[in-house]
Design a binder for this molecule. Structure first.
Ligand SMILES: NC(=O)c1ccc[n+]([C@@H]2O[C@H](COP(=O)([O-])OP(=O)(O)OC[C@H]3O[C@@H](n4cnc5c(N)ncnc54)[C@H](O)[C@@H]3O)[C@@H](O)[C@H]2O)c1
Length: 344
């Protein structure tokens, strides 16, 4: 018997959605039945390339299509409306990050999906990068002992604004755009922080929000530094790579430029270049991120098939959002933020 294909629609056919569409196109378990974008030309172009019918509004999409899930890749201000619309129509959903700008909105979105018992995942893809899965394996194997220090960073001079012009006007910028992913990696590798302290600057005067941020995260028995910048003139070649250092009681694991992984354990040192799988449509320098979309999509389908809760479920993402929004509270107050405060 052939397995049923999950019927999905892609809502928001802009810059990053191209990775979603390409990644889904190689997934044998799904069928793209529709694309949707308020910029109708984008929806039509995506449908012409990847298949399905094109819609200009999500309401019209739900009125005309039977869907198993929607993949929401619109910009953040629309996420709440989109997730609530999916819930109202009884359709499971994946939503791009950041989930929301405000915690009450995020809670309402999670509640709306939970009330209907609908699977709900946030597209928090950095932990699904092949090198990050490998680092997690190393930590879980015990090879470096108990992690007590981490540094997770993303620093570049790459012009992110020409492909994503909405970032120029965004009052909140690099923390919600990229540090959110690094916080998630810190949680994934080391655990939940108890407190955080954040400092940020706006270096580029042409933008509204912060483009450089450093956050100190205190875990139960570890410290992790997360830092991100879009104005690091010394580095124009490694975008969009994330670097990681995790030190443990018995060794360390370090991911450096071009996916070089070094594992130091009590009695050995290994150096390995992690190969990013080639999916045909993936291209350097984006391949590491593009591959993570293939992996997170696969994880979602696995969860739909098994009924398992996705690693980056809406509920789990409330904890991530608490840290992310807490970083802004720390910047505004100049004080340490007690993690969990926004969840109460
Ligand atoms: N996870 C990652 O690695 C990653 C990378 C880049 C962007 N993103 C996220 O992806 C999302 C989209 O970012 P982008 O840079 O691709 O933006 P974009 O502006 O290029 O694309 C967004 C699209 O959504 C459409 N849209 C807006 N409102 C709509 C509505 N009400 N109905 C239908 N379509 C609507 C826009 O017309 C646009 O085509 C953001 O949440 C961003 O944070 C994630």
């Amino acid at each position: 018997m052939t397995q049923k294909k999950y019927r999905y629609a892609l809502i928001g056919c802009g810059f990053f959605a191209q990775n979603h569409l390409n990644a889904w196109s190689q997934n044998p378990d799904v069928e793209l039945v529709a694309t949707c974008d308020v910029d109708f030309e984008k929806a039509k172009t995506a449908a012409a390339i990847f298949g399905g019918r094109a819609y200009e509004s999500a309401e019209e999409l739900y009125a005309n299509e039977e869907l198993d899930f929607v993949d929401i890749a619109t910009t953040p201000p629309t996420h709440k409306m989109m997730v609530e619309l999916a819930a109202a129509n009884g359709v499971a959903a994946i939503c791009q990050k950041p989930l929301a700008w405000q915690m009450p909105d995020a809670k309402a979105m999670v509640r709306a999906m939970a009330d209907k018992n609908l699977p709900f995942m946030v597209h928090e893809n950095f932990r699904f990068q092949t090198p990050m899965r490998k680092i997690k394996e190393v930590i879980d194997s015990g090879a470096i002992g108990r992690p007590f220090f981490g540094r997770i960073y993303f620093r570049t001079a790459h012009d992110v604004y020409s492909a994503q012009s909405w970032l120029v006007e965004s009052e909140r910028m690099i923390i919600v755009d990229v540090a959110v992913h690094l916080f998630d990696l810190a949680r994934y590798f080391i655990g939940e922080p108890k407190t955080i302290f954040a400092s940020a600057q706006r270096v580029n005067p042409k933008i509204k929000g912060e483009d450089s941020a450093t956050i100190l995260m205190h875990m139960e028995d570890a410290t992790c530094i997360v830092d991100a910048s879009y104005e690091t003139k010394s580095d124009n070649n490694t975008y969009p790579q994330t670097f990681v250092i995790i030190e443990g009681t018995r060794g360390s694991v370090t991911l450096s430029a071009d996916y070089q992984l070094q594992i130091i354990s009590e009695d050995s040192v290994t150096n390995e270049k992690i190969t990013i799988p080639d999916h045909g449509w993936t291209t350097e320098p984006w391949n590491g991120i593009q591959d993570s979309v293939v992996n997170i999509n696969r994880h979602w389908i696995e969860c739909l098939k098994t009924g398992n809760i996705p690693e980056t479920s809406g509920l789990d993402t409330l904890k991530l959002l608490d840290i992310t929004l807490g970083a802004y509270e720390s910047i505004d107050s100049g004080q340490v933020f007690n993690v969990g405060s926004l969840l109460k």
